[in-house]
Design a binder for this molecule. Structure first.
Ligand code: ZN
Ligand code: ZN
Length: 395
């Protein structure tokens, strides 16, 4: 499908070329969470040219630039693009593939950073009513960047915030802007079962944590199936288990690590309480002691609220056309740290189509993932327009 006119008519050839060049440069030089020094330098240079009202480095490698609105005292809104890469060896074969071994923009944050710069251009040319903060956020992949930006105070007083993610399940030009749950909370746990080791031939002299671990892995499956309301989405996944050193030694300890996902606060609490309770009671039944470390300060769920979603949806419809604003095929239980902003500021998180016509669906974080180049323009135009609409409505 060709890019909708509502997108193409906002970008002249020089701006298109510059955004494409910026994206390719960022893609070639990916940097891990909180190490985005070069990236931040490139983005700062791109923003400086626009003569923002102010620009600050925050949260070490983050940037907030203030693009002036038409009225200096009107409410302020924000658009956010994340900028970090992943520890993945790139296998796309792209001409502008990563030149850093073992590091890759496998989640499309090169495009998110670039569309934030694109939105800054569009908002400079055609300002919102109030000022718009363009937020370039580090460290999304480790779930810490958004919290660090908030802690800096740079977004205090912001009345609405918009962001999005590239998604190859959708063609370039398609946008998801829908109310309700869009991403899950992401908390983790680490459980250590403490027993007593012994010779493998004399199990009666041990308190065997390996057998306890086996029982615990099975019992934890009942958290979602027996404790959570079936109408509420929830996941408990054990992704890592470890015990022992040799076939004939019963070890002292055995451990597992996992992740918990939910889309509402009650279910999120149920998961952490039940995982811990089951670990402790199963351990007791096997004569073991459970040390349950629950890391429950992960990102909250994203639930797009009605008003901010209405602004974003109207913006998407204006830019790509009503027929290209499409529903999510199903809930994604992935996490996204944009949720931290939405605990404090009303906002909307979008999915921006990134599959070229005839292209394949490729999951993010895969070594052959990339976002089609033209998704830059869709993201930039929709985010800028969402900011204008929110700003006009709040003012
Ligand atoms: Zn990611
Ligand atoms: Zn991502």
């Amino acid at each position: 499908m060709p890019l909708p006119n509502g997108v193409t008519n906002q970008f002249d050839a020089p701006l298109r070329d510059r955004l494409v060049a910026l994206r390719r440069d960022l893609h070639r030089h990916p940097e891990l969470s909180f190490k985005e020094q070069r990236t931040a330098g490139q983005l700062e240079a791109a923003l400086t040219e626009l003569k923002p009202k102010s620009m600050k480095r925050i949260a070490s490698t983050g940037i907030v630039a203030r693009i002036p609105g038409r009225e200096p005292d009107a409410p302020v809104v924000a658009v956010r693009g994340d900028i970090d890469a992943l520890p993945v060896q790139e296998a796309t074969g792209l001409e502008y593939a990563s030149q850093t071994a073992g590091v890759m923009h496998a989640c499309g944050h090169d495009v998110h950073a670039t569309w934030a710069i694109g939105a800054a251009h569009l908002l400079t040319r055609n300002p919102a009513q109030g000022d718009v903060l363009v937020v370039l956020q580090p460290a999304e992949e480790i779930g810490e960047g958004a919290a660090a930006i908030l802690q800096s105070g740079a977004l205090d007083g912001v009345r609405a915030i918009f962001g999005g993610h590239v998604d190859r399940r959708f063609e370039v030009g398609q946008v998801v802007a829908q109310e309700g749950p869009l991403a899950a909370s992401a908390d983790t746990f680490h459980i250590v079962l403490h027993g007593t080791g012994a010779h493998g031939a004399r199990p009666h002299e041990s308190r065997d944590p390996v057998v306890g671990l086996g029982a615990l892995i099975g019992a934890l499956q009942t958290v979602v199936s027996r404790r959570v309301n079936p109408a509420a989405p929830a996941v408990v996944t054990i992704g890592k288990v470890h015990a022992g050193t040799a076939p004939n030694i019963i070890p002292d300890t055995a451990e597992l690590r996992g992740t918990m996902r939910a889309t509402d606060p009650d279910t999120r609490r149920t998961l952490r309480e039940e995982v811990k309770a089951i670990a402790e009671t199963v351990a007791a039944a096997y004569g073991l002691r459970a040390e349950a470390n629950m890391h429950t300060h992960g990102s909250p769920p994203i639930v797009n609220p009605p008003q901010a979603t209405a602004w974003a949806r109207a913006a998407a419809e204006a830019v790509v056309g009503v027929e290209n604003v499409v529903p999510m095929p199903g809930l994604n239980m992935g996490g996204e740290d944009f949720a931290f902003y939405m605990e404090r500021i009303p906002g909307c998180f979008l999915r921006i189509g990134a599959r070229e016509p005839g292209g394949k669906v490729i999951p993010a974080h895969a070594p052959y993932f990339y976002a089609a180049e033209e998704s830059i323009f869709v993201g930039a135009a929709v985010l800028a327009e969402a900011a204008r609409r929110a700003s006009a409505s709040l003012g």
